[in-house]
Design a protein around this ligand. Structure first.
Ligand code: UT7
Length: 329
């Protein structure tokens, strides 16, 4: 599997820390020092998840110089679909990828990494030749904008990568590890509203709908700074790679302190840590491809570069992948 091209899309509105301090009791200083975030992008009411995903996917196809109907699959990693039955088919139609099967994959902030590894299996078996993996989320729909402990952290966005089948020697997914632990899932949830309504006679039914994001920030922080270094260590051992060989560390963008702590654990200089969360906050499944696309387009990530990536978040779920960026032909 080769990583051929990338694309991304930003939501239309920019909300600064100062803007948020007009809504909740917070300050630019608190948000910057605790998280590294300075502003985030929030979708307007007329901007759908599908819009973001289609824009990001189209840019990746353009960079790859691929006609949309040459795609075999569109895999959409999202926890915030426009339609609970699945948003990927609408994205497939919007991209005019008429020959592609399309479905959603949900694994919160690990979604993109899980989708990338899933896509690789189809490409490696020869079942497919070209796949578009999109990570897109609009957590702004599910944030309680009056809860300062969560609303300052999240934003909306989308990122995409175009993947192509390749020989085993040229495979750009050099190794991966994926983990889940539902027994710790309570520390970050977007749960159903518990309901019990009369149906007929003595029967009752539930009613669909979600509570805002619930998070124990300290628990999630401890989980991230323990599990991300551990899984990266396993990945480096599995692939006989040293931290010095890495060109970039490409982590899920949740908190600058987490990025710095993980880099320090491996003595990776902070100049090799890709970070854009100052401008976007945590955009869930989209952080990794959004960051990758930015770094590809400004030339930091170049063909042949080796990246260690790790996603982590609700589930709990986490994973790591060693990637070699190929770029377009
Ligand atoms: O994809 C995974 C998603 N989630 C994460 O990765 C989140 C991981 N966790 C974190 O990044 C950090 O735990 C946070 C940034 C969420 C919070 O930082 P913290 O250093 O763990 O702060 P805290 O929760 O211990 O709160 C410290 C204080 C509290 O006040 P008291 O009790 O000490 O008086 C909070 O009430 O800061 C207060 N606080 C705020 N103050 C100003 C919490 N949120 C805010 C805020 N503005 N927005």
């Amino acid at each position: 599997m080769a990583l051929v091209a990338s694309g991304s899309a930003q939501a239309n509105q920019t909300i600064s820390n100062a803007d948020l301090s007009e809504r909740v009791q917070t300050s630019d200083e608190w948000i910057r020092t605790r998280t590294g975030i300075q502003s985030r992008r929030v979708s307007t009411p007329d901007e759908s998840l599908n819009d973001l995903a289609i824009r990001a996917g189209a840019k990746a196809l353009e960079m790859a110089h691929w006609e949309p109907d040459t795609l075999d699959m569109v895999l959409l990693a999202t926890s915030t679909p426009d339609d609970l039955f699945g948003s990927a088919p609408k994205v497939q139609a919007g991209l005019k990828a008429h020959n592609a099967v399309a479905f959603d994959l949900t694994a919160a902030c690990s979604g993109f990494l899980f989708a990338l590894v899933t896509a690789a299996q189809y490409l490696r078996t020869g079942a497919m030749q070209r796949v578009l993996v999109i990570g897109a989320d609009q957590l702004s729909r599910f944030v309680d904008w009056d809860d300062r402990s969560t609303c300052v952290l999240f934003g909306d966005g989308a990122g995409a990568v175009a993947l192509e089948a390749t020989s085993a020697e040229a495979d750009g997914l050099l190794g991966f590890r994926l983990r889940s632990d539902g027994s710790r899932g309570h520390s970050l949830t977007l749960p159903q509203i518990p309901t019990s309504l009369p149906l007929v006679n003595t029967t009752r039914h539930q009613c669909g709908g979600y509570l805002p994001i619930q998070m124990n920030g300290q628990e999630v922080y401890k989980f991230a700074v323990r599990e991300v270094p551990a899984i990266l260590k396993e990945l480096l051992e599995q692939t006989s790679t040293t931290p010095e060989q890495l060109d970039w560390l490409l982590l899920h963008q949740a908190n600058q302190r987490i990025l710095d702590a993980v880099a320090d654990r491996f003595s990776i200089p902070h100049s090799k840590v890709l970070s854009n969360l100052a401008n976007y906050g945590n955009t869930s499944a989209s952080t990794i491809p959004l960051m990758l696309d930015e770094a590809v387009r400004d030339g930091r990530v170049a063909p042949g570069h080796l990246l260690a990536s790790s996603g982590f978040g609700a589930g709990l779920s986490w994973g790591a992948a060693l990637l070699r960026w190929q770029g377009p032909a």
